[in-house]
Design a protein around this ligand. Structure first.
Ligand SMILES: Cc1cc2nc3c(=O)[nH]c(=O)nc-3n(C[C@H](O)[C@H](O)[C@H](O)COP(=O)(O)OP(=O)(O)OC[C@H]3O[C@@H](n4cnc5c(N)ncnc54)[C@H](O)[C@@H]3O)c2cc1C
Length: 310
């Protein structure tokens, strides 16, 4: 490698845009020679592993004021894309309105990485462990293409092409409790299974959110599964079976079969597809079974009782 090239790789130019429009204009000007940088935790692993080149230009999104906000609005909880995972996990509004997301975020990497990594970086990664929770919460992603903002559902975005012009500015979680009859409660479950207990990439990640009536009738249910390099997806067949029903052992057998059928994990060198499919289906059926056996827990909706993190 020429001396000049080595020098360039050692010291890429760092750009500090003041607004999304400037960030996008920089990217348009430098094209493939530039990347957006948030916490840089994922980018650095790619650069070190040689799976992505160190570009000549880094566009540091942390310089844009307000992108790290976390706030309750009339449209729900809005989390800026530059909000660090640590702050998402600790923020009272997130704990109150999105305990499922808090559970997912706490299961990502270790504290040192969470201090640096952002929720937006995890979303743009597409296979990040927050994504199943965001799908279960019916999250909306707010993008800025340099001129205007566009809001797109997380599921719709995942179904589209991975490269998208512009930057992700925020993640919005619609408030599902407004309009809900007072005797219904939100219920959720989250599981991440890896090759050891913690600080490990996922093999399977499962998230469920629903509202539950006092008699156990389930409504407004979303089930999502991902893990490893699997782009997370909603398991809509299992959802349809459960909507408007009180789960019993027989129904859960059908839910298990539907999840087994619809969950399609990407190949993983550490675990067979069949193991990961059975794991996802088992976790979903087991969580629903627990909600049935412990209806008072399901009805709390405070996130502690029904939450579980592996
Ligand atoms: C030791 C270690 C353990 C890890 N464990 C996990 C884990 O358990 N689960 C998990 O999901 N991940 C894990 N990761 C991966 C990574 O840390 C997280 O996914 C993190 O959330 C990425 O966020 P970031 O801010 O660091 O992203 P960055 O590295 O800054 O960016 C990631 C990608 O997103 C793009 N990008 C970032 N923000 C935006 C934006 N707002 N708009 C447009 N593009 C953007 C970047 O250009 C880049 O392509 C781990 C990483 C390390 C180093």
């Amino acid at each position: 490698m020429a001396m000049e090239e080595k020098e360039r790789l050692r010291s890429p130019s760092v750009w500090l845009p003041r607004d999304p429009g400037e960030a996008v204009r920089l990217k348009e000007a430098f094209g493939g020679d530039a990347v957006y940088v948030a916490g840089s935790t994922l980018l650095r692993t790619q650069w070190e592993a040689g799976t992505a080149p160190v570009p000549a230009h880094l566009i540091d999104l942390a310089s844009i004021p307000g992108l790290d906000r976390i706030e309750e609005t009339d449209d729900g909880l809005v989390i800026g894309s530059l909000a660090r995972l640590r702050d998402c996990a600790a923020h009272p509004a997130a704990a109150g309105k999105a305990p499922l997301l808090v559970s997912a975020v706490k299961a990502i990497a270790g504290a040192s990485v969470r201090n640096q990594a952002t929720l937006g970086g995890n979303v743009v990664y597409r296979v990040g462990d927050s994504m199943p929770a965001l799908l279960a919460l019916d999250a909306e992603l707010i993008w800025h293409d340099g001129r205007t903002e566009e809001t797109i559902g997380a599921a719709e975005w995942l179904a589209g092409p991975s490269a998208r012009p512009g930057i992700l500015t925020a993640i919005r979680l619609p408030d599902r409790e407004s309009g809900m009859t007072s005797n219904r409660r939100r219920w959720f479950a989250f599981h991440k299974v890896g090759r050891r207990e913690a600080f490990v990439p996922s093999l399977v990640t499962v998230a469920i959110a629903a509202s539950v009536a006092p008699d156990g009738t389930i409504a407004d249910i979303r089930i999502a599964a991902g893990g490893g390099q699997t782009v997370p997806r909603r398991l809509t067949d299992a959802e349809r079976l459960l909507a408007g029903r009180i789960p019993d052992a027989e129904l859960l057998e059908h839910v298990y079969d539907a999840a087994l059928e619809q969950y399609a994990p990407a190949p993983d060198p550490f675990a067979a597809d069949s193991y990961r499919k059975r794991t996802a289906a088992n976790l979903i059926a087991a969580e629903l079974w627990k909600s049935l056996r412990e209806p008072d827990r399901a009805g709390k909706g405070d996130g502690d009782a029904s939450e579980s993190i592996d």
